[in-house]
Design a protein around this ligand. Structure first.
Ligand code: GLV
Ligand code: MN
Ligand code: MN
Length: 403
């Protein structure tokens, strides 16, 4: 089992890795993404699986009759955040193929169709919205909203899809496809240290925190950095700075998290007071009320500071995912298959499994991350734990899909 895992891991490792940072830049519908998709197709073909790309650009590798219904689907995503790690996404896809290899080695007899999936644009690194492929399929993103998405260079999602050889006119809800899935199980590297603390290689997900992305536009007046008296300035950077600190403060008070991880400045000159600072806030909390409290307080702090600075603030919610509680029946069944003692943990990270859970019985397996670091080139899982993850996924798929 570990042989097939290692071969795939080594094969995929160089794709989209930046030589300087060592991080991955596998953004949706770019050359690196095309290479990842080609890798996926090659893995499917090498196993005699029927590979298709759906109307929304998600890839599926089928074993058995995909029209039969009640399919068991596993998989994850291959795209990355800017300078992401090797594991977030790819661990789930590579482990899915490796689990299938393991089941074949065991001589398993499949009684339900099985598919490995690679969901498109999970991270939203290029167009700003996460889980575009699964959201479109599940009808949680309208065609109009998808067509309006633009990257930092002004390229629209449909233009990018078309340039990569995918027909954007086809995108839209895919209810029939989702109705044919009886269970979706996504394996993912853990993005915290819960399993490290319990001493387990593998865990099962309970819930995903509600989370969203908000764009804050702080507008002021461009002016000379050397000649403009401090009292005469309308500097949106000050408003932005105070808002970042407020986000941290309010998240701490509410038991939530809040991050300004992306910022754009105009005109972006060392010797010019900015006219615009655009900051993106990512905030997540254990429940909706806490998240609402954080957002209201951050927005209030931004407006109060803007009064002092003579600036303007506009806030746009760019995406939102409500709390996800994974299906108890499937989770319990997986617990039984894995022997009952597997830890059950919640997460603040978003996943395609969370999006699909509104339409399909869905579960997640997590593989221990000894440092908890994720969305960074330092993201890591030990080889033995990856192999334990493959074994657990194979056990789960055998329990669900084999007679
Ligand atoms: C995806 O990894 C997210 O949680 O933002
Ligand atoms: Mn991620
Ligand atoms: Mn992920």
């Amino acid at each position: 089992m570990s042989d097939s895992f290692h071969r795939m891991w080594a094969d995929l490792a160089p794709v989209g890795r930046h030589p300087d940072s060592g991080g991955y830049r596998r953004y949706a519908w770019t050359g690196a993404d095309t290479d990842c998709r080609a890798w996926f197709r090659a893995q499917a073909e090498a196993r005699g699986l029927d590979c298709e790309t759906d109307r929304n650009g998600n890839q599926w590798a089928w074993l058995g009759d995909r029209t039969a219904g009640d399919a068991v689907v596993t998989g994850s995503h291959l795209d990355s955040v800017p300078d992401g790690g090797a594991f977030d996404g790819p661990l789930g896809v590579v482990s899915s193929f490796a689990a299938l290899d393991e089941l074949r080695r065991r001589g398993a007899r499949f009684t339900r169709p099985l598919a490995v999936a690679n969901f498109g644009d999970e991270e939203g690194a290029r167009f700003g919205l996460a889980c575009v492929g699964s959201r479109l399929a599940a009808g949680q993103l309208t065609r109009e909203a998808a067509f309006a998405l633009r990257d930092a260079d002004g390229v629209s999602l449909p233009q990018a899809m078309e340039a990569a050889g995918h027909d954007p006119e086809a995108i839209g809800p895919d209810p029939e496809r989702l109705a044919g899935i009886g269970a979706f199980v996504e394996l993912h590297v853990e993005q915290g240290r819960a399993l490290d603390l319990t001493g387990d290689a593998v865990g099962v997900a309970s819930a995903i925190w509600p989370h969203g992305r908000w764009r804050f536009d702080f507008r002021g007046e461009a002016n000379h950095a050397g000649t403009t008296r401090l009292a005469d300035r309308r500097d949106p950077m000050l408003t932005y700075a105070e808002t970042v600190l407020a986000a941290r403060r309010e998240a701490e008070l509410a038991g939530a998290v809040a991050t300004f991880g992306k910022v754009a400045v105009e005109p972006n000159g060392v010797n010019a007071i900015p006219s615009l600072v655009r900051g993106w806030l990512d905030s997540r909390a254990p429940d909706q009320a806490a998240l609402d409290t954080v957002l209201a307080a951050v927005e209030r702090a931004a407006r109060e500071r803007a009064e002092r600075d003579g600036t303007d603030v506009a806030v746009v919610r760019e995406s939102f995912t409500p709390v996800v509680e994974f299906e108890h029946a499937l989770r319990d069944e997986i617990g039984r298959i894995l022997g009952g003692s597997v830890p059950v943990l919640g997460t603040g990270a978003g996943h395609d499994a969370g999006i699909l859970s509104a339409s399909v019985p869905t579960a997640m397996l997590f593989v221990r991350n000894p440092t908890g670091v994720s969305h960074s080139p330092a993201e890591y899982a030990a080889e033995d734990d990856c192999v334990a993850g493959v074994r657990a996924l194979a056990d789960v798929l055998e329990g669900l899909a084999c007679g």
